[in-house]
Design a protein around this ligand. Sequence first.
Ligand code: PLP
Length: 449
Amino acid sequence: MTDHLDPAVAFANDRAHVFHSWSAQDLIAPKVITRAEGAWMWDGDGNRLLDFSSQLMNVNLGHQHPKLVAAIQEAAGRLCTIAPFHANADRSEAARLIAEVAPGDLSHVFFTNGGAEATENAIRMARIHTGRHKILAAHRSYHGSTHGSITLTGDPRRWGSEPAIPGVVRYFGPYLYRSAFHATSEAEECARAIEHLEQLLMFEGGHNVAAIIMEPVVGTNGILVPPDGYLAGVRALCDRHGIMFIADEVMAGFGRCGEWFSIDRWDVVPDLIAFAKGVNSGYVPLGGVIMSPAIRETFGQRVYPGGMTYSGHPLACASAVASINIFRDEGIVERSCRLGEDVIGPELEKIAARHPSVGEIRGLGCFWAVELVRNAETREMLVPYNAAGADAAPMAELANALKARHVWPFTHFNRLHITPPLVISEEDLRHGLAMVDEALEVADAHVTG
Ligand SMILES: Cc1ncc(COP(=O)(O)O)c(C=O)c1O
């Protein structure tokens, strides 16, 4: 009998039997990870790698946080599973705590297994609550890969699932560096992005629109921090037309941006929040929708037509409870904010000044993008939008240069994202950024102007 924990056996079984997401199966060679701790993980050859992506921007508390592991072990000893129609102490407490940290009067939580089911249910709630069908969703966005959530998604990952669900209308959000509105200042970008939404509502009929969904700080599609005033402007438009504001905080929430939810930075209260990832650092799959009392009331006497066998799973909810308590005890939200302001931002400024391939850096908390260009003047992207194969080679070279320096990166199109666990030590963070500084020479070699 073979030992399935042997890294070589794990790799062989993976190749023989595992079908991977978002991949051409023959073109990948997944790295075997045998253990992980804090911001570090170890591969099958015993190399120690700095996790500069928090996996998929979800391991906010780092790997194997002892209190989080203990909470799951303890909960498993008490009650491993119970159906969603029962009341359960871990679920009740998780919902109470999530409502407590949520903005404004948001009061009730519908639990899901992850982010896609969260956005999927948020639009279902908004549609039934308003009695309307249209949803406005942004270009340059990601909302999940189930059929509704992938329809909301504004990037090429949607294309393979089209034709998609009906009723989704696309808008441009603010992105001054590549402004869809030819704006030259944050204030102009903000005003024009709001005006664009206003026009869209005129053409679509605001009274037909159930919800506007957005990532308040856009994640995978660029870590796009909105200009001050934008989210308040969207809130005002929603109020004027009776539209639900859905904030997709799946990636940006739970401390990632140095706030409990990224939208808190602008003191705007949405009607619905989709969350997942950082709620429990993904130790057990969990997501959900936080809703306003008004939306809860819609389903007071009327059945909510949705649910999953594992909604509010006790192990997942116990880990969410432990996670929120750790956030509070260890000041994780403040820490994320401080690391962004004192370390990542200033270090990236210096890096940008040294490397001609860096077009722009932007971000907050532990959520940053380094946007790479061939030409700083024309802003030509280092690799084209959605590049693959040979076209994407410069970014693959950069990722490999970081891996060779034992830093595990997250890259997307022409960007390197800096998204470490929020518990990373300042020393490890500075080390990782120094490796980024070194590795960027690979990108500089492709600069043409
Ligand atoms: C903003 C956002 N929404 C939704 C999702 C989907 O979450 P999941 O992969 O848990 O389904 C993601 C995943 O990356 C995300 O970043």
